[in-house]
Design a protein. Structure first.
Lengths: 386, 361, 386, 361
């Protein structure tokens, strides 16, 4: 047990920190989302730089263009990114979900075709899993995938797809057969988002922004070569995608929480320094942040030893989402009535946006209810609640 | 001892519920919220005709001669329907001061006159506006901020510092004066504005020290009214959540069959009922000018606002991603709940007042 | 709507208050339970005085010896009792559960035999519903009731029975037949606790005291005349018992909470007057108390109009139990380390006892989980969760 | 960066778990708690033989030469088994001061010597005991209250006011002096006592100002040790709750199939894991004398104590009436959790310290 960076880790962190200080474009510090073409161009450029500096695919095997490093470097990377308030690589879905799934299940020609362009951000990916009728219950997807001659035909609707409005490709889970066991009969495809019949509609959120999208597929033709895994074997492939999502997800969340707690501390110092109730709540958030941080370190040690992400990913998501909801609400309470005003660049508008946005945290990427089910059933071994 | 509504009061509620449900189905909320004024102006004469604007105004002055209990029923139902318009401003905030100008009460009752309360922060009792005598007129100068419905009303009740202390003045809006800048606020159904007075004409409603009493009474009314509105908001959010939980299926069952969903909704029910009890208590205290009115209004506002916020948050969670979208009406209820919570002061500040009353120190 | 006492109510309250001030024996003020023969003798005497003064069976019909008053008088009575920190009539199970059930389902001879002695506390009753295997799931009781000749024979075990150690009679729900629908086949009996084969064992609680009991029935013979309702019709009779429990239960709870909040306020004044966190929490408890109090008044108005207790009984039980747990914990937090000491008469020992005892509040008389189910299903109309 | 235990450390845990489970099955808890001393005295030489009493004592002095991380593993496992005995008192509270008396360290390691810390309120750093020189001896006079395990140990480390300020003294127990009055406390497995010194002999361990540093280090160790113990308590309560939820049936299903039960247990799991992370962090900081040790110990104690209390409360609730009985072991875990929470100061006081560090003011 040693909580200090080792010499190689310290060097990596030092280099990265200096690089970030020099390179993060002013327009991207503390950014709120890839909306608007200008931000997007900046984002593509930024992602390319990250890749050129060797920070994309840190844990990917070297043979696929990655750095082949242990997981801890991905964790260090996420910590430093959060510390610098720098945005992530634009292709997070490709890097964290599509890429690892292709590495695990793809044919050599698929690996050659897709992986390098994920790293360089030449191609942006999105995810087509959730549907209006199947939120928590993924196996109930109804988007139809039919094999007609030498291609699949896709019809259906996906929802809650980040990046779909700028994506080049989509990893899609659809139903190719009606079966008694609903986990069978699913098929996993790579869909070109420029195909005829693909329509993306931004989905406006409670904040007024559109960060997610709906994707409508109408008789979209997908070449047979874009099949990942087997026809009817999509569930297993999708599980790879989701388990990778949880790999070092906790670190990104703790990083985001670290930024939020630091901003909260600054706000409290400025506006409520002497209020004992505020002080108590700020201290609680600080403690929770440390708890999440060190839980992540324990998870990392286990991941490196076993190669399998432990339940800490669910723990981190559950607690981060609730912490973020609490602390953004504390911030608007500190600000008071002024936080009703939505425009401007100052603290009131910033925190109001964060507070409204936070309501999605306990819903997106696994609702808190589903995460508690997972912990109860998979970790504690309690009977299924459904 | 009888904590129930009379048949007439029940009838008022039924009438209000049915009028508002017909006129403001959920589908219309977005249209009204995104309109220029954020108000279906044509509704006001109807509210007057229903007797709501003059509910507590004496029959002699054209009102219904009822009490704050009846107004409370209207507040709750307006909250439930998320009515956008200057009812809260006129009836909760302005009416106590307008009592000093009997000529205006008849106009309020008939729907010909609306007003709001323009204090420096829409809630503080101090004043950042100065009143100065100029012959037989008064002129106001200064700025009031975060004034509710300022863009909609004909006049402003203004606490301003005159030669003898803080008095209450009435500034009517004429020729685009005083200057009103409506702000871009989170709740588009009850907007806030900055109001700037630059030697604008005003009429003295109450001189010090009488003004202080009216300001205190205004605050109590406002807190109780918002508590009732919050109860309306919470119960509508609960109804939406329950409806969704009955119809939405996941894993082959309606999600309301899962305790993670149903117990959340049960908690909302419980908190809404408790908030309702406190709000009715506060309404009765205000109607009767009871000695506990101030404590009751503080307790009701603090509790009901937090209950309404929690009710909306749970309803959003129960709706899943859908509840988080702009197109679903829930966020508008949520934003109103947050508006109510932020008015006057936070729950913690109200609890500090209550602690002061029961613990001393 | 009028929250003031009417003239008749005010007179009743005034008389009762004066009577209580004069009559409550010193040894019974703020008492903690009917343990020990001395307390018991005091309790019987006290109950007899209550009955003689006309305060037993306030809402019972006059023909059965009650006062025939509207429910509000029972509420006033409970408020004043709490205010004086006076104990209730020793026969609460008889007055609130057995008596009303006999009035609703009993034969004339049963009414004549039992009711008067309930009022006078000559006979104390206990309840034999819960069993080790059936806590929340009452319909699963397994105590056997067999008709053998002209009497029933009872075999089985009951648990969580208050007053059983001093009781003369027991209302017992047992199984007389095995049926597909488990609510059928239940039979409701009046059992003489002095019968051979009845054994009562006190059940020691977390506080070290024994407030509840186990009752063991071994070949206990119960005359046929002691059947309440029909053989196999016990469920319906039991529902009458339970619905009466909820009648003005809320007032007893709000009364107890009122006493607790007043003691908490005194403690906080004395020991933590300037602590902003304590002040905030005390204010919360005070607000919750008012909320419960006025919810009870609303419930009372509905009960008087409709004759049927509304869902407020469940609401009151749910919230009182959680409030009592929170506020007793706040009290021991205010006291600090001294609250570790269990003996003595002062605040530390008093609050420690209350705090430990409070853990049972969310379990006894309907767990919080069951109460939330009831609200979700019966009030909100959500589907059954079981 | 490696936040995992070494194979040797894992082995220590396995050994501790298996020893304690065999020796202290749940069924024995009541017997020990109700015994005269509240301690299975015969276990002490075995703890010494296992190397636990001397874990962080140097090999030269007969210890194992390990660190607080290893002691932390023992604290956690002792908490899990609800071990009753002066390990916390001797190893967490007394050891830092005993470092000034190398002759005693070997006796601690061999199990021949136990001690506790006798401050005026078992936690304050001030002193209500006076130390006075008498020739080449020191005499103590005064009273220490709520002293843990005072009835069990051979000696007391006493902060006492001497001629130059507060020093640390060692008073060994001889001929029933000093006077120890064991109190009737809620947690019978770690009793508290009042200790009265009436010119009792003592030996100076550390004079001011060195004593202040040792007192501060003692407090950090105590907080971290209790955080670890709390993690052990919480995880045992969780295990009991899970076991019951799997086997107890109501309405024809194991109660663990209801989310009202399973989600409660999931929350306990989450909080226990977070508490564990904080407690291990604090243990490492103390072992390394890291600059964050004080903050980490405060954070870990505040969080873990509350997590353990909540874990026990949820476990009791899941057990229903059975969990509320004297015969079930849960209440003993609960009472230990409450003991831990009350030690030093409440979570709120620790959070106030943390706020001071991060917010200033």
């Amino acid at each position: 047990m040693d909580l200090r960076d080792g010499p190689e880790e310290a060097a990596f962190r030092r280099t990265l920190r200096a690089w970030l200080e020099a390179k993060v474009p002013a327009g991207l510090r503390g950014f709120r989302g890839w909306s608007g073409p200008a931000a997007l161009a900046l984002g593509r450029d930024w992602s390319k730089r990250l890749a050129e500096a060797g920070y994309a695919g840190l844990t990917w095997p070297k043979e696929y263009g990655g750095a082949g490093r242990p997981w801890r470097y991905q964790a260090l990377y996420l910590e430093e990114l959060a510390r610098a308030e720098a945005p992530q690589h634009l292709g997070v879905i490709g890097l964290g979900m599509a890429g690892p799934t292709i590495i695990a299940h793809g044919r050599p020609d698929q690996k050659a075709r897709y992986l390098a362009k994920i790293l360089s951000a030449e191609e942006i990916w999105c995810q087509g899993f959730s549907e209006p009728g199947s939120g928590s219950d993924l196996a109930s997807v109804r988007t139809r995938v039919e094999l007609v001659g030498d291609h699949f035909v896709v019809n259906g609707q996906k929802v809650w797809s980040s990046y779909a409005h700028i994506a080049d490709r989509c990893i899609l889970l659809g139903r190719s057969a009606t079966t008694d066991e609903k986990h069978e009969g699913l098929t996993y495809l790579i869909v070109d988002m420029k195909s005829p019949g693909v329509e993306v509609r931004p989905l406006r959120q409670i904040t007024g922004e559109a960060e997610f999208n709906e994707i409508f597929f109408t008789d979209v033709e997908v070449p047979k070569a874009n099949l990942l895994g087997e026809v009817g074997g999509g569930w297993r492939v999708a599980m790879t995608t989701l388990s990778h999502e949880r790999g070092t997800f906790g670190f990104a969340l703790a990083g985001a929480l670290d930024v939020a707690v630091r901003k909260l501390v600054a706000l409290a110092r400025e506006r409520a320094g002497a209020d004992a109730l505020v002080r108590d709540r700020v201290a609680r958030e600080w403690i929770d942040l440390q708890a999440l941080r060190y839980t992540n370190y324990r998870a990392l040690a286990r991941l490196e030893r076993t190669g399998v992400p432990g339940p800490e990913g669910s723990v981190a998501k559950l607690r981060w989402s609730e912490a973020n909801q609490r602390l953004t609400k504390l911030a608007i309470e500190i600000i008071g009535r002024e936080a009703q005003v939505a425009d401007g660049d100052g603290a009131p508008a910033y925190w109001r946006h964060q507070q409204l946005r936070s309501r999605g945290n306990t819903i997106e990427a696994g609702t808190s209810e589903i995460l508690r089910n997972i912990i109860a059933e998979r970790v504690l071994g309690l009977p299924r609640s459904r | 001892m009888d904590f129930s509504f009379s048949p007439e009061q029940d009838q008022l509620r039924t009438q209000a519920r049915s009028f508002l449900e017909k006129r403001y189905p959920l589908a219309r909320l977005a249209e009204i919220a995104t309109s220029a004024d954020g108000w279906d102006r044509a509704s006001w004469p109807e509210l007057a005709r229903l007797g709501w604007t003059g509910a507590s105004i004496s029959e002699a002055q054209g009102g219904a001669g009822l009490s704050f209990v009846e107004e409370g029923i209207v507040f709750e139902e307006l909250g439930r329907a998320l009515y956008a318009g200057p009812y809260f401003s006129t009836v909760a905030l302005a009416l106590p001061a307008l009592g000093c100008a009997p000529d205006l009460l008849a106009k309020v009752a008939s729907g010909a006159f609306t007003a709001t309360f323009a204090s420096p922060a829409a809630n503080a009792s101090g004043a950042a506006v100065d009143g100065r005598r100029d012959g037989d007129r008064w002129l106001l100068r200064g700025e009031a901020d975060l004034v509710p419905d300022a863009g909609l009303v004909e006049a402003f009740v203004v606490p301003a510092r005159g030669p003898d202390g803080i008095g209450l003045y009435l500034a009517e809006r004429r020729d685009a004066r005083p200057l009103v800048r409506v702000l871009d606020t989170v709740d588009a159904t009850r907007r806030l504005a900055r109001v700037t007075f630059e030697d604008d004409d005003a009429r003295l409603l109450a001189a010090p020290p009488a003004a202080a009493k009216i300001i205190a009474a205004t605050r109590r009314r406002a807190l109780a009214a918002l508590a009732l509105e919050a109860v309306g908001v919470a119960s509508r959010a609960l109804a939406l959540g329950v409806e969704h939980a009955k119809s939405r299926e996941q894993f082959g069952r309606p999600i309301g069959a899962y305790q993670a969903v149903s117990h959340k909704l049960a908690d909302t029910y419980v908190e809404t009922e408790l908030a309702r009890s406190l709000a009715y208590w506060a309404a009765w205290c205000i109607a009767e000018d009871d000695g506990e009115a101030e404590l009751a209004a503080s307790a009701a506002k603090a509790y009901a606002a937090e209950a309404a916020v929690a009710a909306c948050e749970r309803a959003i969670q129960v709706h899943g991603g859908m509840g988080f979208t702009w197109d679903h009406p829930l966020h508008r209820y949520y934003k109103r709940a947050l508006w109510i919570e932020s008015f006057d002061r936070s729950g913690a500040a109200h609890r500090a007042d209550i602690a002061q009353a029961i613990l001393g120190g």
